[in-house]
Design a binder for this molecule. Structure first.
Ligand SMILES: Cc1ncc(COP(=O)(O)O)c(C=O)c1O
Length: 362
C-alpha cells in the first residue's frame, strides 16, 4: 500500500498533542455538506442488519444503481469501494502494460505495481493548466492494453469532454479504458460528461465511488459498470460478501429514493461553486501561490517560494490537515491540494496560508 493517502489525521493530532476531533481534515476529498440526512437515520434504524449475511454479490444494490442510470443491471458490479476494482482489474483482464493519464491518483500505479503490470504515464503539464494532450494520450493508448483516466481528475480537477473520450475508446478497441468518475457527481451538468450509459462498449469500464459524493468513505462502497464479458472476468475474482450488509442496505435505500438524489447533487454543486469562488478570491492577491482552475471542490496549488511540506507543517499548527502532493507522479514537492469545507473553514485556511507565505517573504 502506498504511504501518503489523504486523511492521516492521527499523525497530525499526535504531532500537535491534540484530539483527533480538533484536526480539520482538508486533505481527503469528501462532500463538504456531509451525507444525505436519510443515511444516518437509516443506519440507526437498521443496525440489526449486521446480524445476518448479506447477498454474496450485492446484486440488490447494483440493481438500484443500474436503474438510476438507465443501464442493464447485468453491466454493474458493486464493490467495497472502487479501490477493489482498481486493484482487481489489471489481474482480471490479464493486463501487461498500463498507461495512466496523470498526474493522477497514485493507486492506479500502485495496483499495477502490485500485480507486476508495467506502467507508463501520459502527463499533463502545469504550463498547460494540466489540460491533457489528447493526441499524446491516443498515441500512448495504442501501445497499452489498459488505460486509467480519472474524470474529473484527482488532483488536478481537469475534466475531459464525453465526446473526446468516446472517440478515444472507439479508436482503440484492443485497449481497455478505465474511466474513474468518482468525482463527477460534484460537477455541474455531470450527467453530460458521464460515460456510464456507454458501459456496454466492449473496452470500457466506468468506476463510480459512493464514498465521495455521499460522504460515506468509511462504509466502503462503489460500482463498476462495463460490458457483460468484462463483468464475467471480474466476477471470477470477486470475494463473496465483500460489501457488508449495512453498506448494501444503505446504498439500496439511497437508490430506492431516486427523487432525492439529483436535488442532493444539485445542492452540493451549488454549494461548491460558491465556496470555491470565495476561497479563490481570498487568495487571489497572494504572492507565492498559484491555484489551478477546477470544477470540483478540491483545489490544486503550486507554491513558488516554499515547499509543500513546509506549508503543510505551518498550517498544521493551526490544525489544518492539507495534502502534500509530492507523491503524485508529474507533480513535485511544490504542490498541495485543499479539499474545501464550509466557507468559514475555507477562509480560515486561506488566512493561515497567507500568514505563512507572508512570513516566508520577510
Ligand atoms: C480518483 C479516486 N478513485 C478512487 C478512489 C477510491 O475511493 P473508494 O475506494 O472509497 O471508492 C479515490 C480515493 O481517494 C480516488 O481519489
Amino acid at each position: 500500500m502506498i504511504q501518503g493517502h489523504g486523511g492521516n489525521k492521527q499523525h497530525l493530532a499526535d504531532r500537535m498533542g491534540c484530539r483527533l476531533e480538533d484536526i480539520i481534515d482538508m486533505s481527503s476529498n469528501l462532500n463538504p455538506l456531509g451525507p444525505p440526512e436519510r443515511i444516518h437515520t437509516f443506519i440507526r434504524e437498521n443496525i440489526h442488519l449486521i446480524h445476518a449475511l448479506p447477498e454474496p454479490d450485492a446484486a440488490g444494490m447494483s440493481r438500484g444503481f443500474a436503474a438510476y442510470h438507465g443501464i442493464d443491471p447485468g453491466c454493474v458490479i458493486a464493490g467495497n469501494g472502487t479501490t477493489f476494482f482498481i486493484y482487481t482489474l489489471p489481474l482480471a483482464l490479464g493486463s501487461k502494460k498500463a498507461l495512466i493519464l496523470g498526474p493522477a491518483y497514485a493507486d492506479y500505479e500502485d495496483a499495477c505495481a502490485a500485480l507486476n503490470v508495467k506502467t507508463s504515464h501520459c502527463l499533463a503539464l502545469a504550463e498547460n493548466n494540466f489540460i491533457p494532450d489528447l493526441d499524446q494520450l491516443s498515441a500512448g493508448a495504442g501501445q497499452a492494453d489498459l488505460v486509467f483516466i480519472c474524470n474529473p481528475n484527482n488532483p488536478t480537477g481537469t475534466l475531459i469532454d464525453k465526446q473526446d473520450l468516446e472517440r478515444l475508446i472507439r479508436c482503440h478497441t484492443n485497449t481497455c479504458f478505465v474511466v474513474d468518475e468518482s468525482y463527477l457527481p460534484f460537477v455541474p451538468d455531470a450527467e453530460d460528461f458521464s460515460l456510464i450509459k456507454l458501459a456496454h462498449l466492449p473496452n470500457l469500464v466506468v468506476l463510480s465511488s459512493m464514498s465521495k459524493i455521499f460522504r460515506i468513505a468509511g462504509l466502503r462502497t462503489g460500482f463498476l459498470s462495463g460490458a457483460k464479458a468484462l463483468i464475467r472476468k471480474l466476477m471470477a475474482h470477486y470475494q463473496p460478501w465483500s460489501v457488508n450488509a449495512l453498506a448494501q442496505a444503505v446504498i439500496t435505500d439511497i437508490y430506492n429514493h431516486p427523487e432525492e438524489i439529483l436535488p442532493f447533487f444539485r445542492q452540493t454543486r451549488e454549494f461548491i461553486v460558491k465556496a470555491r469562488r470565495a476561497f479563490v478570491h481570498a487568495l487571489a492577491e497572494t504572492d507565492g501561490i498559484r491555484l489551478f482552475d477546477t470544477p470540483v471542490y478540491f483545489v490544486l496549488a503550486r507554491l513558488d517560494r516554499i515547499l509543500a511540506s513546509q506549508l503543510c507543517r505551518r498550517v498544521g499548527e493551526d490544525r489544518f490537515l492539507i495534502r502534500d502532493c509530492a507523491n503524485f507522479k508529474g507533480l513535485s514537492h511544490r504542490f498541495v491540494r485543499f479539499s474545501l469545507k464550509t466557507n468559514e473553514i475555507n477562509l480560515a485556511l486561506a488566512q493561515s496560508i497567507k500568514t505563512t507565505l507572508a512570513r516566508e517573504q520577510d
